[in-house]
Every structure is written in C-alpha cells, then in structure tokens.
Ligand binder design. Structure first.
Ligand SMILES: Cc1ncc(COP(=O)(O)O)c(C=O)c1O
Length: 410
C-alpha cells in the first residue's frame, strides 16, 4: 500500500500521523549505496553514505583534473547546472542560490549581510545549532543586539503564537532551525514565515538537517535565507553547502566585500557585484564536490522528495516505537511532526558509551553533546543524547538488529 504524497512545504498540510508502510525500492537504494555492504549507518544527520552516482561525479572530476589540468577540467564540466539542480530541489530560482563549503559559512554570510544596530532584537528558535547560537551571542556583545529565544509549545516545537507575541518594531531578524541536530523535531517553519511576512522582518532558516529528507519549498515557507550543507540528508560530498537568498531581499542587504569572482571590476575604482546570490560566493572552490552536490540534488529529485520523506518518517517512527518498548531507554524527540533523527538516553550508560558499543558492531550512531544545541539541551537538563539518524536506504532488519543489541546492553 502506498501513502499519498505529502504536500510540499506548508506545515498545516503535512500529515502528523506517520506513514505505517511505504512503497519503496529498498533493494535499488541499497544496491546504489556501496557503504550498505559494510556498515549500518544511522549517522545520516552527520553525513549520509554517498550513492554511487555522487561518488562517480566526484571521482570522475578528480580524475579529469589529474589528467587534463584542474582549470581545463572545470571548463569542460557543467558547474553552472549545480545551482539549477539545487534551485529545483527547494523551489527557488537558480540566481537565488549561492554555493558554499558548508552550512556554517552560508548562515554566517547571511547574518553578516544584515545591518544590526545596538538595541535591535533577534528572536531565535531554541533548536539553534551551536554555530547560530554562538554567532548571535557574539553579536550581542559586539553590536549590542538583544537575543531572545522563541518559546516552545507543550509538544516542544517552536510556538508561532509565542513568536507573534514577541514581535515589535525592534525585531530585525527571525532565526529558526527547521530540524535540530539533536532530535526528530520538525519546527513549523511556514507558520514562522507568515509572522515574518506580517512584520516584514528578515527570516533566516537553518535547513541543515531538512535538505534531502523533507520537501522544502522556500516560497511556501516564506524564508528570506536558507542555509544547508550537502553532506547530510542530501547525500552529497563533504565540503559543500548552499545559501538561498530571496531575490527581493537582495538589494536591502549589505554589498559583500568584493572578490574577483563575485562581480565585475570595471576600472581602477569601480566594481559591480553580480546580480544574484552568486555575489556571495568565493570563486576558488572544490569543483569536484560541487559537481557531486548537483548530482546529489538530481539523485534525490529522481527518488522524489515526498517519497523519501515518507520512507524516512516510516523508519524513524518504527524505531521510536521499538525503543519505547525497551526498559532503561527514554526517547527524547519533541514536537508534532518528526523526521529521521531519533534521539534517546539510556538510564545509566552515557551516550558516548552507547556509541562506542554500537561502533564495535559496525553500527554508526552519534553521541550528540549538549554544547551543540545548548539552548535546547540546557532547557531540558540534558548533557547528551544518543542520536540514531535513519535514511531511506536503511532497512527494517538493520533497525531490528539495533534494537536487539541495545536491549542486551548492560
Ligand atoms: C542544525 C544544524 N545546523 C548547522 C549545522 C552546521 O553545518 P556545517 O557543519 O555544514 O557547517 C549542523 C551540523 O551538524 C546542524 O545539525
């Protein structure tokens, strides 16, 4: 039995009832993922296993660089198509996409493009990743801005109503993390978009954990910026990332410090930045990685993002309910809609120890430490959680073995 496709982007239309079963060509997904032969990979929130086509794109270009020269190889490659693929994935225009090396630089670039003054307020989700939180706290000291955390509702997701109550003329940025690093929560980002629009306040969305697992539509979400890396749920190579910048906001932003590849130098004293988001890029880059990133976007689109989202939710939900039946285990995921990151604690084993024991069995999980999501973990009194993040290529039998081993951990 198949599930009906999840409508794209708008929170109100995403079914909070999780799929019970999903039609999915698992054999193909695993055949095309060489790592599946060697390891059970439940660390997709750090970096997914690359599929063969991504590997081929990266290795093929590196080979070309070594055989014909790096610049000559780049001239023959279609690097321009990478932004087309990413734009398709998030329903943006290609000119609204800039390529980066990771999500942190993309996020910080967006933040630095805003003009913030002493007394301005920034409201941020409790789910912010360490980088966003540190950048905001740094700006509070350096620029004299005020940082406030948007309260959560009783389920633990960001409360759009509470956000609305926080708003006033002094709020100059809404910063929200869609899916946090430390759990399955999916924040109601389109509701946030409506508040941002009503107040005409820039909205910066960290989609690091949602790109590749969730059907992102920047228009329906209503964000002005979206940052994400390529290596996580999108299954691209490390050292890649993107920043979406809504075209209408571009002219309100600071002009970035000129670089030779981000604009045209007309004469000794005049420089014009490129029209679109490309003006934020630095030219010298990991071309093989970028080609792999474009291939990863096409590959995900080939599977269908709604299909991926349904499969990921199905597996994560299955794992959560298996975990719930174990003594000594407490599932820690918050919210109404939940994605592929499953977080839990063991009554007396530290998260690091659980990770080590799984590693001996060739199962990759991660101990997610409090410092990576301090606003949230401090609020919940948690030092760390075990993070088992599943992707569509994981199998039900991998989940069962995981549960068996965990049940036997003393
Ligand atoms: C929610 C979230 N935001 C941002 C980041 C940072 O991404 P990057 O390491 O690509 O800079 C991460 C990385 O784990 C993350 O989970």
């Amino acid at each position: 039995m198949g599930t009906s496709p999840t409508p794209i982007g708008s929170d109100s239309t995403i079914d909070a009832g999780l799929p019970q079963t999903v039609e999915f060509d698992l054999a193909r997904a695993r055949r095309e993922t060489p790592g599946c032969e060697l390891v059970t990979h439940f660390n997709n929130a750090a970096a997914s296993l690359m599929p063969q086509p991504v590997l081929d794109a990266v290795m093929g270009h590196l080979t070309n660089e070594s055989l014909m020269g790096a610049y000559e190889a780049a001239a023959k490659a279609n690097v321009g198509a990478v932004c087309d693929s990413l734009a398709n994935l998030i329903h943006a225009e290609p000119s609204e996409v800039a390529l980066f090396d990771n999500s942190t630089r993309a996020w910080n670039t967006a933040f630095d493009l805003l003009t913030l003054r002493p007394g301005d307020r920034v409201v941020a989700s409790r789910s912010e990743f360490v980088n966003g939180s540190l950048t905001l706290e740094h700006a509070a000291r350096q620029l004299g801005i005020e940082v406030e955390i948007i309260p959560c509702d009783e389920t633990g997701q960001l409360s759009a109503e509470a956000l609305r109550e926080l708003m006033d003329e002094r709020v100059k940025l809404i910063a929200v993390t869609h899916i946090p690093t430390n759990g399955g929560l999916v924040n109601p980002v389109a509701e946030v978009g409506r508040v941002a629009k009503d107040w005409a306040v820039p909205y910066l969305l960290d989609a690091s954990q949602s790109l590749g697992q969730y059907p992102l539509n920047v228009k329906e979400i209503g964000c002005d910026f979206l940052s994400a890396p390529g290596r996580k749920y999108l299954r691209g190579p490390r050292g890649t990332g993107l920043l979406y910048v809504r075209s209408e906001i571009l002219e309100q932003l600071k002009v970035p410090t000129p670089t030779q590849d981000a604009g045209t130098w007309l004469d000794d004293h005049r420089y014009v930045p490129y029209e679109g988001a490309r003006r934020f890029e630095v030219g010298e880059c990991y071309v093989a990685g970028r080609l792999g990133l474009g291939t990863a976007a096409d590959y995900a689109l080939g599977w269908g993002i709604e299909r991926i989202w349904n499969r990921v939710q199905f597996l994560a939900n299955r794992l959560r309910s298996q975990l719930t039946s174990l003594p000594r285990i407490q599932v820690r995921d918050l919210g109404v809609v939940k994605g592929g990151i499953v977080s839990f604690t063991h009554e007396y084993l530290a998260a690091d120890e659980v990770m080590r024991r799984f590693s001996r069995e060739k199962i990759n999980v991660k101990a997610s430490p409090g410092r990576q999501s301090r606003y949230d973990m401090d609020a919940r009194g948690l030092d760390s959680v075990v993070r088992a993040s599943v992707h569509y290529y994981n199998s039900e039998s991998e989940l069962d073995r995981f549960i068996e081993l965990l049940a036997a951990m003393e």
